[in-house]
Design a protein around this ligand. Structure first.
Ligand code: KG4
Ligand code: ZN
Length: 366
């Protein structure tokens, strides 16, 4: 097969630029990842301790051309061998999203292939359909999804591509944000989530008594700002000067345990609702950057075991932002005959379930 031969497979180029990763990937409808390039802008943002939107947009613009070319080369494909090009169309930092969408539209119009504007959250939500269960088998609808990332913390029933029912969301911070802010307060550097997990693995998770917001309350909403505030107060109580390694380890472990308790409690309520609505449902899925956390996966695995359902998570490197998930969501949309016109406009806010009520105080994160 040469680079222009479409063969029997559907092949889609995906582009992801909604936050601080510039990424491009080619994926087939046979669930193969032909290439998956991810360039993290860690060095650009590290001096600021977080993502700076203007810096991100400029860095995406500088990197996108080479990243797309490399993804195509590694997939051994010419543009004419593609069935479509998909780009994250939101939600996210609008400057970055524009770079990805404009690039994808240019490729689509030059090579006369369909363009698909993908919801970034749908990319996370459908990743397990690409990566499969522990035996590599495709994951079937419906499933219950815990979507935990830097900007979102939601429980959703995924009944099909484009068919989402939100059961709960955060009323203040996203969990990844709480990880990142706590890490920053402890001086652990950026990005915070992986650092907190590393320190926590050496710490005593029972040393600090941290709050578990909304624990044992009805419903599936989340709240993390009280937990973050208590971390700050605890840091202020330490003797002046840099925190000791032991204090960092123990505070991270206590934070991670509190976060895990909250996730398990909220997911338990969501499983009840899910099984009520879908008695045939068998699966709890976790996705998004925070799903890379192995301790949180362990907690969710044991909840699923207790409830006699399966627990499925994408491989760690496909939990954080990547373009394979965008290409795959593009394939699912293409299979449903859903493509977008050239007048598609990026959407900084784009809920998966447009009918879900706005959660009090949730702002754009709902
Ligand atoms: O999905 P993602 O890459 O970007 C967004 O769409 O937000 O998620 C990034 C978030 C960050 O807050 C990061 O700190 C968190 O995921 N994260 C983790 C871990 N790896 C990434 N949080 C906890 N433990 C981890 N190992
Ligand atoms: Zn994401």
């Amino acid at each position: 097969m040469d680079g222009t031969d479409k063969g029997f497979l559907m092949k889609v180029l995906g582009i992801e630029t909604s936050c601080d990763e510039t990424a491009a990937a080619v994926v087939t409808d046979a669930r193969e990842i032909l290439s998956n390039e991810v360039l993290s802008q860690l060095d650009e943002h590290r001096p600021y301790g977080g993502v700076v939107p203007e810096v991100a947009a400029r860095a995406h613009l500088d990197a996108i051309g080479a990243i797309v070319s490399t993804a195509m080369e590694k997939a051994n494909l010419n543009y004419s061998g593609l069935d479509a090009v998909a780009a994250t169309g939101g939600p996210g930092l609008i400057g970055g999203v524009l770079v990805g969408v404009m690039t994808a539209k240019a490729i689509a119009s030059v090579h006369k292939i369909p363009f698909i504007g993908v919801n970034h959250l749908e990319g996370h939500a459908l990743t397990v359909r690409l990566t499969g269960d522990d035996d590599g088998k495709a994951v079937k609808f419906p499933y219950l999804l815990l979507l935990v990332s830097g900007g979102h913390c939601q429980l959703l029933i995924v009944a099909g591509a484009g068919n989402y029912k939100r059961l709960g969301t955060t009323i203040d911070d996203a969990l990844g944000e709480a990880f990142d802010k706590s890490a920053k307060m402890m001086g652990l550097g950026y990005p915070g989530g992986p650092a907190v997990e590393r320190y926590a693995s050496r710490g005593d998770c029972d040393r600090f008594d941290l709050p578990r917001p909304l624990w044992k309350r009805a419903g599936c909403n989340f709240s993390f700002s009280g937990l973050k505030t208590k971390v700050r107060q605890q840091i202020e109580n330490f003797p002046p000067g840099p925190m000791s390694e032991q204090d960092k380890n123990d505070l991270c472990a206590s934070f991670q345990k509190a976060a895990g308790d909250v996730l398990v409690d909220r997911c338990a309520n969501a499983i009840d609702i899910f099984l009520d609505l879908h008695p045939e449902g068998r699966t709890l899925v976790v996705a998004g950057g925070v799903a890379a956390n192995l301790e949180l996966r362990r907690r969710l695995t044991s909840l699923a075991n207790d409830r006699d359902i399966d627990f499925i998570a994408p491989p760690v490197h496909l939990c954080t932002d990547n373009a394979a998930m965008i290409a795959w969501a593009g394939i699912e949309r293409l299979q449903l005959g859903q493509t977008d016109d050239m007048d598609f406009r990026p959407r900084p806010r784009w809920p998966l379930d447009p009918d879900a009520p706005t959660a009090a105080g949730a702002g754009v994160k709902a």
